[in-house]
Design a protein around this ligand. Structure first.
Ligand code: TYM
Length: 329
């Protein structure tokens, strides 16, 4: 059994990008692997240092995950801050990570641009905390979307460096995983590259039908094709990318052919796309509401998850301490 791990920051509701980039694969993998899934509440403080309702956000994301099919009877589901061992491994890994390499990561450079008034040390060392999340269970496979590729590269680097420094073969190198396929990037509805929580361009799993229709109908399009088989602009490619994951193949082909012979009406395409998204999200939305209302159940899930996760985390910390040379008197 391989060790699989993934996580999400509780900074907003789950959108189609989160689902198709990571959750779907995790749900598929949880049965055949030793699977860990956690809610990265420490991480969320890097962008939201004083959240309005940290606990409420964690609870909401947890309910959404369970509604997507994460099964607490087979996977270990926990909240990051319930495992102090992660913070300790983060501290130890920080001693072997360097300013230059951390400053060069794309996500850090992005954040310096988007939140210039809060370039905190947590942002700088974000990849180290993420490596600690993964290495604390010595996970090998990490189902994530394309945006996490560089963070995984850093995690491999820190794992390798630890082994070299202490002359051990302790950590395996964790790799992003998508069943042998390219990692996925779900685009936004605004013609931009990526659907994101902070970009305001997403469709959330808990959006109601009306909201989904309105968001899709407002998605950016161009004036339409005028030359047969002409190259699609990015915003139209994006709509087809979303259609490819929620609509029937035949439906997508019909619209693609209409694009190619210049008879497509974007209004019809969007109407169909909205209905196909609704068909996919509405059962999940109903389950979210049900699970969210069941306080006792949620409490049980995280309590059991933390207990299970701490067994594996404390074993790693004990061994790491021994490897480094800490000894008790
Ligand atoms: P986060 O919270 O931004 O997103 C959670 C997961 O959703 C994926 N994702 C996407 N996939 C495809 N297309 C998109 N538009 C899209 N948007 C988001 C992300 O790739 C991610 O898999 N740093 C992580 C959380 C984390 C983590 C970890 C993940 C912390 N420690 C250890 C794995 C292992 C993050 O911010 O994801």
């Amino acid at each position: 059994m391989e060790i699989v791990l993934s996580g999400i920051r509780p900074t907003g509701n789950l959108h189609l990008g989160n689902y198709f980039g990571a959750v779907k694969n995790f749900v598929k993998m949880q049965h055949e692997n030793n699977a860990f899934f956690f809610i990265a509440d420490y991480h969320s403080l890097t962008t939201h240092p004083t959240p309005n309702d940290l606990h409420g956000n964690v609870k909401q994301v947890l309910a959404e995950y369970l509604a997507c099919g994460l099964n607490p009877d087979v996977a270990t589901i926990y909240v990051q801050s319930d495992l102090p061992e992660i913070a300790e491994l983060y501290l130890l890994l920080n001693m072997n990570s360097y300013l230059g390499e951390l400053e060069r990561t794309t996500s850090f450079k992005d954040k310096v641009r988007t939140q210039p008034n809060n370039v905190n040390a947590g942002l700088l060392t974000y990849p180290v905390l993420m490596a600690a999340d993964i290495l604390i269970h010595r996970a090998k496979k990490v189902p994530v979307g394309k945006d996490q590729e560089q963070n995984l590269e850093m995690a491999r680097k820190f794992a390798k460096r630890f082994n070299n420094l202490y002359n051990v073969q302790y950590f395996d190198e964790p790799t992003p995983f998508n069943f042998g396929e390219e990692l996925i990037k779900i685009p936004g509805l605004d013609g931009s590259g990526k659907m994101g929580k902070s970009e305001g361009n997403g469709i959330y799993l808990i959006d109601d039908d009306k909201t989904i229709r309105s968001k899709v109908m407002k998605a950016k399009t161009d004036a339409g094709p005028t030359i047969p088989n002409q190259k699609m602009p990015e915003e139209i490619v994006n709509l087809f990318t979303i259609a490819n994951i929620v609509s029937e193949k035949d439906t997508v082909n019909v619209f693609r052919n209409k694009y190619n012979d210049c008879t497509i009406r974007y209004g019809d395409f969007k109407k169909q796309l909205a209905e196909d998204i609704i068909k996919f999200t509405s059962p999940i939305r109903e389950r979210v509401l049900e699970i969210h209302a069941n306080e006792q159940y949620l409490k049980k899930v995280v309590k059991l998850g933390a207990e299970k996760a701490r067994v594996s985390a404390s074993k790693t910390i004990k061994e790491v301490r021994e490897i480094i040379g800490f000894k008790s008197f």
